[in-house]
Design a protein around this ligand. Sequence first.
Ligand code: GTR
Length: 419
Amino acid sequence: MKQVFLLMIFVLHQGVQVYSQAFVPNYDETNIPMYDLPKVLLNADGSEITTKAAWEKRKEEILAVFASQVYGESPIWDGEMKVTELSSNRTAIDGKAIQKEIKLTLQRDGKAVDLYVLIFLPRQQTPAPMFLGLNFYGNHTLTMDKAVLVPQSWMRNNADLGVENNLPSDKSRGARMANWPVGDMIEHGYGLATLYYGDIDPDFDDGFKNGVHGLYDSPRTESSWGSVAAWAWGLSRVMDYLTTLQEVDSERVAVVGHSRLGKAALWAGAIDSRFSMVISNNSGCVGAALSRRRYGETVGRINRSFPHWFATRFIAYNEQEDKLPVDQHQLIALLAPKPVYIASGVDDQWADPRGEFLGGAEALPVYELYGKRGLSPEEFPPVDRPLMRQIGYHIRSGGHGMLPYDWQQYLLFANMHWK
Ligand code: GTR
């Protein structure tokens, strides 16, 4: 009996091994498994939610499920923040903007982490509404100004930038300017605050120890915060700082992010009510895309590639998406009634564009509860034809990236809601 049992375990284990080596993503809409999405306006006991008050209560429960089962539980910030101005330029962007680099030192329990925040503000119109977003390669990649520092914290890799080694380097200065059209933001009267995501938590698996994780000694559990939650938590610390600035209209701060940082932007919007708009660019699996569709990247695949991004508990749902107590449309529902923009790229099938659209559209009943117009699941738009209501969506030509076209829509969306 024992041998049979051990043999079964062995066969199962081999099966899992083979699966993970030979992962073939599904890109065929006719091969989407049948699934039942959890209904957004239902209580845990199955009763219907018909009032905003009932939803506000249910919202807290759903948030707690996302924290314990998916992203991990972030600590409440109880440390101190020291602010140091590193550089300031009052004639940035052809004299139209004030540019500053600020070091935020988070201190707790004798430990410290430095976040380097690059800020642009329109000179003419303050207090200014702002975009706040993490960048992948360092603040220096957004500008040619040599005063802006190259990160000293761990850098993911510079291969995409045509830089041969993994060291932070001045060679990539200005390399991401097209992805962050600061001049256009300033022209529209908006500011930008950005920081290198690796300052908050380096993007590799070290048992949840480095970056801001290191400020806390709490023993690791199955629901400890992963890197996506840490990046989102770091965005809240920057928001703490922005709320102290007279030049910033902190009632109008949009949290924005691309890809893994789009996942972080969505989670930041869910856990921190001070963000009044959320923009998710190509956030894909465990971002805006519905996990139950298993199209492109799946829960099992993402957990195997990036075991440090989410709570360890989330691994239990590898190839078990139907057992997930929540799906990603409920994350968008948690953002209601805020304006949310979700963007896809038609060649970025790995991120499941239709799944990203449905993540937003299936949140509709909650937006309607607030009297807001969302998207309906039947109206997936053609390429390059944005839909803009309380939820915005576009599927752009081209692949994975946060491109000028995407920003043009975000600026229009911000104008629509902020002006
Ligand atoms: C991919 C990952 C995606 C997305 C992307 C990125 O490798 O599978 O979920 O986050 O990285 O962040 O660029």
